[in-house]
Design a protein around this ligand. Structure first.
Ligand code: G
Ligand code: G
Ligand code: NA
Ligand code: MN
Length: 253
């Protein structure tokens, strides 16, 4: 319970820290973006993962200010990289409440302008459950975000109460195949079959495909053979704080 009042302070005091996990083109290995993952540097409890505070933020209404914070700080970071000669698109996770707020698209647009970034540097990762809570409202908000030129990605695909029918009406650009399928795709035949099927489904709908949870070279190679577009996972790098991410990027260039 104290998490909620603590979290409000954390946002005000800027105790939330952002880590960045790179994504790469499957064929060339070129870095093509980074997912922004929030942590809380708690003064007493140390570094807390999102599972410790995102659910409380969603229940208490603090997810909207938290999302604003994450967008604001990651777009500032993106602008700094740009000034240093690196154009790294960013992907930010967005919960259900933002997708049901008709003012959200304009808020995002204002933040992009404030940081001097073009809309196509930003991908918003959404989950199926966020859509299902209020599909009509979510479709309207997503349509507006897409009109603004922001990219949209459907995260953890296949793990929620998925409805493939939503893929027909959701204006998304990208599908992320959940790591529960990709991590074991070479050893578990049903995970392999699901991965192949999701790739086929996404490509038939002209969506780009990101495979999450790619932990080894063999899985990367197998995904390349299946025509997957982008990989993310420990094989490339774990999520890193900004200074370590910059050093990692410098080493690869
Ligand atoms: O960083 P980690 O791999 O532990 O992230 C676990 C999950 O926490 C992610 O898959 C994502 O759904 C969620 N998460 C991380 N950062 C954010 C954030 O800034 N906003 C929201 N809404 N969820 C996040
Ligand atoms: O947005 P999402 O809930 O998918 O967040 C990704 C989560 O998965 C983060 O918590 C991140 O630390 C974790 N992760 C990223 N890459 C890998 C990986 O290769 N293997 C595993 N097991 N977890 C990963
Ligand atoms: Na995500
Ligand atoms: Mn995921």
């Amino acid at each position: 319970l104290t998490v909620v009042s603590d979290l409000r302070r954390a946002i005000d005091q800027q105790e939330l820290v952002l880590h960045y996990q790179p994504k790469a083109d499957v064929r060339t290995g070129t870095v093509c973006g980074a997912e922004v993952l929030c942590r809380w540097q708690h003064p007493r409890l140390g570094l807390l993962g999102p599972d410790r505070f995102i659910p409380a933020a969603e229940e208490s209404g603090l997810i909207e200010p938290l999302t604003q914070y994450v967008l604001d700080h990651s777009l500032a970071q993106c602008q700094q990289w740009h000034a240093a000669g690196w154009d790294v698109p960013i992907s930010v996770n967005v919960g259900a409440q933002c997708l049901h707020d008709l003012t959200f698209p304009d808020q995002v647009s204002d933040l992009l302008k404030r940081h001097g970034r073009q809309p196509d540097v930003l991908t918003l990762e959404i989950t199926e459950s966020a859509i299902i809570a209020d599909p009509r409202r979510a479709t309207e908000v997503l349509g507006r975000l897409r009109e603004l030129g922001i990219r949209l990605s459907i995260d953890d695909f296949g793990t929620g109460y998925s409805s493939i029918a939503y893929l027909r009406t959701m204006p998304v650009h990208e599908m992320k195949i959940d790591r529960s399928f990709t991590t074991n795709m070479r050893t578990d035949s049903s995970s392999g079959a699901i991965t192949r099927s999701l790739l086929g489904l996404a490509h038939n709908l002209e969506l780009e495909v990101v495979a999450e949870g790619v932990e080894d070279e063999e899985t990367w190679t197998a995904l390349a053979a299946l025509g997957c577009d982008i990989v993310q996972g420990y094989c490339l790098s774990k999520p890193l704080p900004p200074d370590e991410f910059a050093a990692w990027l410098r080493d690869r260039m």
